[in-house]
Design a protein around this ligand. Structure first.
Ligand code: PMP
Length: 445
């Protein structure tokens, strides 16, 4: 009985039919960058469990921070009229940390919630700044932004929209700028970027720029398979949006907190977003907490809206949960005390070299990395390099091989992504790459 689990109870991320036949992978314990299943087998969590566990799976300091706050005040809802010190301290910390100067912070529990809040906020902010006709949202194909109706609409996976009657009206999708898979023969990166941005301009013109509120994008998308922005992409994209008065928001639910090297992906890629959403690694994923980080002018517009009769209201019982806030605060302190960013900078080259060593494998079309995230893109045959590939077959097969050899990876589309806990050591990187290599060797056999 103990091993029987109704798959419906744990449905999430996966396909129900597949789970009924294979059963869920039962992970029971964690230590450092490793997790252990109920059979006692160890795995390197090569993707930090959905890019969350930046500090690994056994950080006592975070447990202690939670216990301290549980003892002091386990719960009190924070909002305009109430504030718990831990929540205020977290908000102040985020204000000082993020690239948006003098930012204002709204807290939530999940990444979806933060993105959903932001989509709501922008409507109120636009109404108060004479932009009421702007209600549409642009995002990019293959990017994941969440599971609520609005954020699932924003998520650029048309195949998964149909079953829910999505996207909701006003959610528009533009290309993921995937040079490796989408470039035309002979097209260089600059020309490819120009074509991508030209298509976006056409979309904006077609829809009417005066109807579009914002574009939401990850600085670099891991859900799309770590698609590196091609040459000139971000500068050109920002200029284009500015030309049409379309706000730019960065979804940093994955790229926030050191994943790409610097603290935020916006810094890595020179992006200047008006708002940023954060979650996952912000609390080392020890407890759910997320944030919307807003430029002061944007927030001021919200405040105006809240002054109107029947105007803007916003609340969430767990928006600013004291224990979650205390853990997030301690996480950020640990980043500073232990110089996690310095550590990432020191070991990222070893990680990059480990992945690059697979580039000559006959089933590998491309390898790429930034900070401590990387991808290996599979192709059915080495040449022609960019022939259309049967979607996800090799990457799924590889992920199963890797799991057998003690390595957990993510496998978006034809890529396999690695994004280990940021606390990984050099010898653990070597071990992770060795397990990767063994899986690759056996995949070929
Ligand atoms: N944005 C991005 C970029 C994500 O990867 C995710 C989750 N994978 C979300 C938003 C949604 O976060 P959550 O699952 O915490 O709701």
């Amino acid at each position: 009985i103990k091993n029987i689990l109704d798959p419906a109870l744990v449905l999430g991320f996966s396909n129900l039919r597949e789970m009924r036949t294979v059963g869920p992978h039962r992970i029971a314990a964690g230590h450092g960058i490793y997790v252990t299943d109920t059979d006692g087998k160890d795995y390197i969590e090569g993707a930090s469990c959905f890019y969350c566990s930046a500090l690994g799976f056994s950080e006592e300091e975070l447990v202690e921070a939670a216990v301290r706050q549980f003892r002091e005040l386990p719960f009190y809802s924070s909002g305009l009229h109430r504030a718990v010190p831990a929540v205020m301290e977290l908000a102040e910390k985020l204000r000082d940390l993020t690239p948006i100067k003098n930012a204002k912070i709204a807290l939530g529990a999940t990444g979806s919630e933060a993105n959903d809040f932001l989509l709501k906020f922008v409507r109120a902010a636009d109404r108060m700044t004479g932009r009421s006709g702007r209600w549409k949202v642009i995002s990019r194909l293959r990017s994941y932004h969440g599971g609520t109706l609005a954020t699932a609409s924003m998520t650029g996976v048309p195949e998964s929209h149909a079953q829910f009657g999505l996207p909701l009206p006003g959610f528009l999708h533009t290309h993921q700028p995937d040079y490796f898979n989408m470039a035309l023969p002979g097209e260089d990166e600059a020309a490819f970027t120009a074509r991508m941005l030209g298509d976006l301009r056409d979309l904006i013109e077609r829809e009417g720029p005066e109807t579009i509120a914002c574009m939401v994008a990850e600085p670099v998308s891991l859900s799309a398979g770590l698609v590196p922005p091609p040459e000139g992409y971000w500068a050109g994209l920002q200029a284009l949006l500015a030309e049409y008065g379309i706000r730019l928001f960065a979804d940093e639910v994955i790229t926030g907190f050191g994943r790409t090297g610097p603290m935020f992906g916006s810094e890595t890629y020179g992006i200047d977003p008006e708002c940023i959403t954060l979650a996952k690694a912000m609390s080392g994923a020890y407890l759910p907490v997320s944030a919307v980080v807003m430029a002061p002018d944007f927030y001021d517009a919200l405040e105006l809206a809240s002054d109107e009769a029947g105007g803007f209201t916003h609340a969430g019982t767990y928006a600013g949960h004291p224990v979650c806030a205390a853990v997030a605060l301690r996480t950020i302190e640990l980043f500073e005390e232990r110089d996690i960013l310095g550590h990432v900078a020191r070991i990222a080259p070893r990680f990059a070299a480990g992945l690059a060593a697979f580039a000559d494998h006959p089933l590998v079309g491309d390898t790429r990395s930034v900070g401590l995230c990387g991808a290996v893109e599979f192709v059915a045959a080495k040449a022609p390099r960019r022939a259309p590939q049967p979607e996800g077959i090799l990457s799924k097969k590889f992920a199963a091989f890797a799991k057998d050899r003690g390595l957990i990876v993510r496998m978006p589309y034809n890529s396999v992504c690695l994004a280990p806990p940021l606390v990984i050591t050099e010898s653990e990187i070597d071990e992770m790459c060795a397990r990767f290599g063994r899986a690759l060797h056996d995949l070929e056999a």
